[in-house]
Design a protein. Structure first.
Length: 182
């Protein structure tokens, strides 16, 4: 179960994240040997919608995309709305794409991708209310359990987590994807 050993995965979130959309992918990657790092706009702890508290390892102003092998963006409406307003989080996300690294987004987590301007010509799914925003940013939106587009893994809701986690681990194991660009 250690086929992600040596990989470092950035999880970017803030208060209001969807608890299971942080904890379930975190468990999936760490159980396969990856190191998970929680990144948020401010240090200390962040709290999920249902009360899960997580300790922040780094702030968005402290991180460099070159230090990570992949990025995971959990959902939660408040979380996603605040992250897309954090320029450091947006820049970090864009740079992960520019370095061709795998990215997993679930539910409202995809919102930041519109601000990072990385969706042109991509196929993605999300919570249905983001459909118009993602299409306006150049993506083809589909209503499917999990979508993989050249290293970009996306799902709709916590119900999709088993399929999302499987594909996320697979894409991280594969590594960089030439078509994953900013």
């Amino acid at each position: 179960m250690g086929h992600l050993t040596g990989k470092k995965v950035a999880f970017v979130a803030t208060d209001g994240f969807e608890d299971s959309e942080l904890t379930s992918p975190w468990e999936a990657v760490t159980s396969h040997g990856a190191e998970a790092v929680l990144i948020a706009p401010k240090g200390g702890t962040i709290a999920g919608k249902k009360g899960h508290e997580a300790t922040v390892d780094k702030t968005t102003s402290e991180v460099n995309a070159g230090d990570y092998d992949a990025l995971v963006l959990p959902g939660g409406t408040s979380n996603a709305d605040h992250l897309r307003m954090d320029e450091d989080a947006v820049s970090f996300t864009r740079e992960i794409f520019a370095q061709h690294k795998p990215v997993g987004v679930i539910c409202h987590g995809a919102w930041i991708l519109t601000d990072a301007d990385v969706l042109q010509g991509r196929t993605i799914t999300s919570y249905p209310s983001l459909r118009t925003d993602l299409r306006n940013a150049g993506a083809t939106w589909v209503d499917e359990e999990v979508v993989v587009d050249a290293g970009l893994v996306s799902s709709r809701t916590p119900d999709d987590l088993p399929a999302f986690n499987d594909k996320l681990v697979e894409e991280i194991e594969e590594g960089k994807h030439a078509e994953q660009t900013a």
